[in-house]
Write a protein that binds this ligand. Structure first.
Ligand code: KIV
Ligand code: ZN
Length: 529
């Protein structure tokens, strides 16, 4: 049977050990349900993670069940469970992982002076315990990982001594945790180098690195350890984990891929799955990914400033060191905001299927800037909405909304003070209704009497947030003639008035043409309604 440790003997292959479901889930508040754990484990397995640490079986009945079921369902990954340095923990762990095609027992004990003090063990007593527990684990399972917790604050001589004991007792992987995220990259490398040089039998096993991010150096420390000879990186999706978290899986995978020139190591991870799993872990753990997070943050492949957008449009390498497709994104995002220029707006319009002339671009750009001043980010749908507005203006509508003020709230009736320009003449009225939209529609009818059926009134928040643009769709019917109007505005009632008037104008055109049953729709792009 081949396992991940065997493959790690290839000098350039780094084994990826994911502990999202164990160390990651230990983040206060990041608890996942049983089904969510199974789902994440399946995703990890599918994307090529070598070893999945699925939980800490003795810690709860739930963890035991999750590790057992993940083990049963595993396809390619080694499934590992965590256990403290006692037989009961180790037995329970094996009970859970034994269902896997490739099980691993991971057992640990704190070896630094601070951690030896807690159980009150002398150096010798702890050494004996390590020998007994690792031997016990190895009698149950061929694949045993041992960790001296707080290794980076453990005396070097003692660390060498206990690692030698663990290797002799049968450990196949020795993990070196920087439990408190204290180490720095150079030290991380020197520690692995020192262990490889000094510990008898070190060349027979795989050294792993397990770094926490308290000083923001977890990924750098992990990579430094690999350069010094470690061949297993322990990490989590999105860097989830205790306190400031762990080394982020997506960071090491992409760092090794992008900087293969100076770090010639490979992993078996399909990087195109990174974004998908990152988003799923963010959802199920309830830990959103910070916008500027490396690789998987919302802004990792987004450029808003005019200079950057212009550069990106000319050559993506000007401001990107990896392709968004490599992490599973469909492309770079050039979010439009108040810093964006005409080039970016024209490119966005082209991407959305609009071939605009200079004059139209000028017009849309003015309205785009006005919108960008009100909204933090202008999304594709906002631009589509702007174009819809532009298209309807181009129709030279008979009726136009000039002014609208509504009074609404808990006190009925709601009222609308509306001015419409009808054939170039302003007409004003105030009408009441059952809600502000009804009041607006009544006001339109009062100014421009008509008898039509309102077949549809629909509101979509086309972008996110309370400053989102609302797109309103209105469908009117008159003697079999149907016309649909749409409009967008950050004010839903204004969008409603404009959409109604837009539909009415189209109906008037239909009336003139006298062709029933055919809708007049001038804009046929990716309509959201
Ligand atoms: O950070 C740590 O030391 C751990 C051990 C249990 C490996 O997570
Ligand atoms: Zn840890």
């Amino acid at each position: 049977m081949t396992n991940a440790s065997d493959t790690a003997s290839q000098q350039d292959r780094v084994v990826i050990f994911d502990t999202t479901l164990r160390d990651g889930e230990q983040s206060p508040g990041a608890t996942m349900t049983h089904d969510e754990k199974l789902e994440i484990a399946e995703m990890l397995d599918d994307m090529g993670v070598d070893i999945i640490e699925a939980g800490f079986p003795i810690s709860s009945e739930g963890d035991f069940k999750a590790v057992s079921e993940i083990s049963e369902r595993s396809k390619n990954s080694v499934i590992c469970g965590l256990s403290r340095a006692n037989f009961k923990d180790i037995d329970r762990c094996f009970e859970a992982v034994k269902h896997a095609a490739q099980p691993r027992i991971h057992t640990f004990i704190g070896t630094s002076p601070l951690h030896r003090e807690i159980p009150g063990l002398s150096m010798d007593e702890m050494a004996d315990k390590i020998h007994e527990t690792v031997s016990h684990a190895r009698n149950l399972c061929d694949n045993v990982q041992w960790s001296p917790m707080d290794a980076t604050r453990t005396e070097e001589d003692y660390l060498c001594r206990v690692i030698e004991i663990a290797i002799k007792a049968g450990a196949t992987t020795i993990n070196i945790p920087d439990t408190v995220g204290y180490t720095a990259p150079r030290e991380s490398a020197e520690l692995i180098k020192m262990l490889l040089e000094r510990v008898p039998g070190a060349d027979e096993i795989v050294f792993a690195t397990h770094c926490h991010n308290d000083l923001g150096m977890a990924t750098a420390n992990s990579l430094a350890a690999v350069e010094a000879g470690a061949r297993q990186i322990e990490c989590t999706i999105n860097g989830l984990g205790e306190r400031a978290g762990n080394t982020a899986l997506e960071e090491v995978v992409m760092a090794l891929k992008v900087r293969n020139d100076i770090m010639p190591f490979t992993t078996g991870i399909d990087s195109r799955r990174l974004m998908q799993i990152s988003r799923r872990v963010a959802t199920v753990s309830g830990f959103p990914v910070q916008y500027n997070k490396a690789i998987v943050g919302k802004n990792a492949f987004a450029h808003e400033s005019g200079i950057h957008q212009d550069g990106m449009l000319k050559n993506a390498e000007t401001f990107e060191i990896m392709r968004p497709e490599d992490v599973g994104l469909s492309g770079t995002s050039l979010p439009l905001g108040k810093h964006s220029g005409r080039a970016a707006l024209r490119a966005k319009l082209a991407e959305l299927g609009f071939d605009v002339g200079d004059n139209q671009l000028k017009d849309v750009f003015v309205r785009f800037k006005a919108l960008a001043d009100r909204k933090k980010e202008v999304h594709d749908d906002d631009v589509l909405a702007l174009m819809r507005d532009s298209a309807s203006e181009a129709e030279h509508e008979t009726i136009q909304v000039k002014f609208l003020r509504v009074i609404c709230g808990t006190e009925a009736p709601q009222s609308a003070d509306l001015t419409l320009t009808v054939d170039g003449v302003d007409q004003q009225t105030t009408a009441t209704g059952d809600g502000p939209v009804d009041a607006v529609f009544n006001a339109v009818k009062a100014i421009f009497p008509h008898d039509v059926n309102l077949q549809l009134y629909q509101v979509h928040a086309v972008t996110e947030g309370t400053d989102a643009q609302a797109t309103v769709s209105v469908r009117l019917e008159e003697e079999g003639r149907i016309a649909t109007g749409q409009a967008a505005d950050t004010d839903t009632v204004v969008a409603s008035a404009k959409a109604y008037v837009n539909a009415l104008n189209r109906l008037l055109v239909r009336r003139e043409k006298g062709a029933p049953g055919e809708d007049v729709k001038t804009v046929s792009m990716t309509d959201s309604v």
